[in-house]
Design a protein around this ligand. Structure first.
Ligand code: PMP
Length: 301
């Protein structure tokens, strides 16, 4: 049997099968928990400081104290990653995820938070075809939670809004990828990805106020600026998307993956990746030191 991965849970690093969470944990009972997920590239963790910065902003927003300062969370994260790499080898790349829930009630309206740090293999094989064919995006009727109700910038465990939207899309086309509109009818984001279009050489993405401030989104904006490609953070409506030359999503796992159609309408000439997307993928690969597209494509069945 393959070696089992290990996980940090509430002060100790144990085999995953020994990590237990109470059924009274508020993360389970009400979804009252936050998380963040970075990944490794060639075994090296990516932008841990930026991910932990976002994690601690999410904790602050949720008034949740993990009882562990940020620098110690960084040390523990590295310990968990190294432990898994020495058990399983550093060849495979992982998501590296911190999860903090309000935890279990300890009386007097107080809770003992649950802290978990885990490594999870990235879904290269399952998603390889999206790099070959591009993503078929479908817009669900469900709109992204507006900032007036809960800021989409906070990375909470409660993904129900995004999950419901994705279920609606998948019920019609199991292979489609959902991207939600916000309540004003502009594009927001999907179940784990930010969205970009390219029109006349300009890269445009929805404003940060309405979406999670993706670390990959920020990385792409910086790479584009370094390549003298103009970037705009602006409202993107469906007209903008239907008439775009290129479109792509960004996320920690996907990095940059082309969109080939939206609601059945071909983006540009349908060829993926488009020239600007290709340029950005090459720059991303240069930054992280591995071929991000090749890492997926080599797993094609
Ligand atoms: N939006 C949502 C809702 C997400 O869950 C994610 C994934 N964390 C993203 C966007 C992309 O963010 P990142 O580039 O930091 O993975």
């Amino acid at each position: 049997m393959a070696q089992e991965r290990v996980v940090y849970i509430n002060g100790e690093i144990v085999p995953e099968s020994e990590a237990k969470v109470s059924f009274r944990d508020q993360g389970f009972v009400t979804g009252d928990a936050v998380f963040d997920a970075t990944r490794t590239f060639g075994g090296v963790i990516f932008k841990l400081k930026e991910h932990l910065g976002r994690l601690y902003d999410s904790l602050k927003y949720m008034r949740l104290d993990p009882g562990i300062p940020q620098h110690q969370m960084a040390d523990l994260t590295m310990q968990v990653l190294k432990a898994n790499q020495s058990l399983l080898g550093a060849d495979d790349d992982y998501w590296v995820i911190q999860r903090i829930s309000r935890g279990v009630p300890i009386g007097g309206g107080k809770y003992k938070p649950t802290v978990i740090i885990e490594c999870n293999p990235l879904p290269f094989a399952a998603r390889a075809r999206y790099y070959r064919d591009g993503l078929s995006v479908v817009i669900p009727s469900i709109r992204r939670t507006p900032p007036e109700c809960m800021s989409p910038r906070v990375k909470v465990h409660n993904y129900i809004n995004l999950i419901l939207a994705d279920q609606e899309v998948k019920a019609q086309n199991p292979d489609a990828f959902s991207i939600l509109l916000d309540i004003n009818g502009n594009i927001s984001e999907g179940l784990g990805s930010n969205f970009f279009i390219v029109k006349n050489g300009v890269v445009v993405t929805p404003k940060e106020q309405y979406v999670l401030a993706g670390i990959s989104r920020e990385t792409v904006i910086e790479l584009a600026q370094g390549l003298n490609i103009e970037v705009q953070e602006a409202d993107v409506d469906l007209y903008d998307v239907y008439t775009a030359d290129e479109a792509f999503v960004t996320s920690t796992s996907f990095c940059i993956c082309s969109v080939s159609s939206i609601n059945g309408s071909t983006i540009g000439d349908g060829g993926v990746p488009g020239p600007v997307t290709d340029h950005l993928q090459t720059a991303y690969s240069g930054l992280v030191g591995i071929n991000i597209v090749g890492q997926y494509l080599k797993r094609l069945g």
